[in-house]
Design a protein around this ligand. Structure first.
Ligand code: MN3
Length: 233
């Protein structure tokens, strides 16, 4: 929608009619465009202050309540009235990943999924080393847990600009990978186990430019290894 059209709609909205270029549109049609969308913002799995002092309530309030919510709102806006609105989120992501004409839908749907996965990748009192099969798989892939941590932190630092660092399983082996912007292991044949958001909005209020300190705090104090083990299966 062009800015001028939007202003016309916004001004006319409270009067119950929309002034469309061709004339007056009944209010019923206006309601349809503002109805709740197909995609919902999942609840945070913890209180906004639960991850302090490693992630502040202020950061989580903006990150979840503004950034994550905006991705959901945009996804609903861009898919409203299209067949995509009837599909599960994962399917929308996969179907739009290679379609340049659907980049806005891909970016917003993948960011909805990535953030939901990120919240689940953390817990209060998390961090440290996992046990069981996940620990064995980490030793197999990285030598030892310190090798994993080094690879994960280095990938987080090596991601130029906005993106994500992930622990994934691919063809039966664990790997650390980084993705740019909204890109996600879902569309690369990899099973995500754990992720850390390294967009500046994830850490700037708490760590300013010190991304390394943030990713280390994630591994040492926040990583939800129970969740990662569930993903590994
Ligand atoms: Mn984010």
């Amino acid at each position: 929608m062009k800015r001028r059209e939007f202003l016309t709609v916004a001004a006319a909205g409270s009067a119950g009619v929309l002034l469309a270029p061709g004339g007056i549109v009944p209010a019923a049609q206006a309601v349809e465009t503002t109805a709740p969308g197909a995609f919902a913002l999942p609840a945070l799995p913890f209180a906004e202050n639960a991850l302090e002092p490693f992630i502040s309530a202020r950061t989580l309030s903006f990150h979840y309540g503004k950034h994550h919510k905006t991705y959901v709102d945009n996804l609903n806006k861009f898919t409203a009235g299209t067949p995509l609105a009837k599909l599960p989120l994962e399917v929308v992501i996969k179907e739009t990943a290679t379609d340049a004409g659907k980049a806005s839908v891909f970016n917003n749907s993948a960011q909805v999924w990535n953030h939901t996965f990120f919240w689940r990748s953390m817990k209060a009192g998390g961090g440290g080393q996992p046990g069981g099969n996940l620990h064995k798989q980490i030793e197999k892939a990285f030598g030892d847990f310190a090798g994993f941590k080094k690879a994960f932190v280095e990938a987080g630092l090596a991601q130029f600009g906005s993106g994500w660092v992930w622990l994934v399983s691919e063809s039966g082996a664990l790997k650390v990978v980084k993705t740019a912007n909204a890109d996600t292991p879902l569309v690369h044949g990899q099973k995500a186990l754990l992720t850390c958001d390294v967009w500046e909005h994830a850490y700037y209020l708490d760590y300013q430019n010190r991304r390394k300190d943030f990713v280390e705090a994630f591994v040492d104090h926040l990583a939800n290894w129970d969740f990662a083990a569930q993903q590994l299966g």
